[in-house]
Design a protein around this ligand. Structure first.
Ligand code: MG
Length: 211
């Protein structure tokens, strides 16, 4: 399975990263930057995250995650909704210091984004149980009980259907592939001893302890 992650899909997060700003519907928004994590990055529910020795700044990025449940290639945007039916909440852990270094050297983000445990994932929930509209899901992340990130998928620059269409122009999508759809603003570092909790549509579905 592939773990696909969309970059800069919420404008306030792009702003906090000092990344270029663009409008919904612009060329940049409809052809979003994306990257991959290996399947070994998955951290299943209730497993602790062990802080890696190679980084001094691991940031949380809470994201709504869509699971592909049909094989598809060059999927038209208007048919993309037929390729998923459940969503989860995930954390795209990022070794921000390594990412900064990679950006400065023009190198890929593989090390900063693809390390073991960097893809936290909750159980998947049928979209129908969450109101049925993938572009109207409220989600947030609490760090030690305090809300640090909150957003709604209506704020995405590139919609889920559009990203599926775009990605599938380049890569065959297979059943079980998952897409991290981008993080809202408020990303920040975690520390050993922290507890992170994720809420999707008022459901507490994700918990992750940092060890
Ligand atoms: Mg991310």
């Amino acid at each position: 399975m592939k773990i696909i992650c969309i970059a800069r899909n919420y404008s306030e997060h792009a702003a906090e990263m000092g990344a270029p700003q663009f409008e919904r519907g612009s060329k940049e928004a409809v052809s979003p930057a994306f990257f991959l994590k290996p399947d070994s990055a998955l951290l299943l529910k209730n497993q602790p995250f062990f802080y890696p020795e190679f980084s001094h700044q691991v940031d949380h990025e809470v994201e709504v995650v869509v699971r592909i449940d049909r094989v598809g290639k060059s999927i038209e945007e208007r048919f993309a909704h037929k390729y998923y039916s459940s969503v989860a909440l995930g954390i795209d852990f990022t070794a921000r210091d390594l990412q900064r270094e990679a950006k400065a050297k023009g190198l890929p983000w593989t090390l900063s984004k693809g390390f073991d445990g960097s893809a936290v994932i909750s159980d998947f929930i049928p979209l129908a149980e969450l109101g049925g509209d993938v572009q109207n899901l409220t989600f947030s992340l609490l760090r030690n009980g305090e809300t640090v990130q909150s957003g709604n998928t209506s704020q995405m620059l590139c919609s889920v259907d559009r990203m599926i269409s775009y990605i599938s122009d380049f890569m065959l999508l297979r059943t079980g592939d998952i897409i991290y759809t981008g993080t809202p603003s408020g990303v920040g570092p975690v520390a050993i001893g922290d507890t992170l909790e994720g809420i999707l549509q008022e459901r507490h579905i994700l918990q992750c302890r940092i060890k």
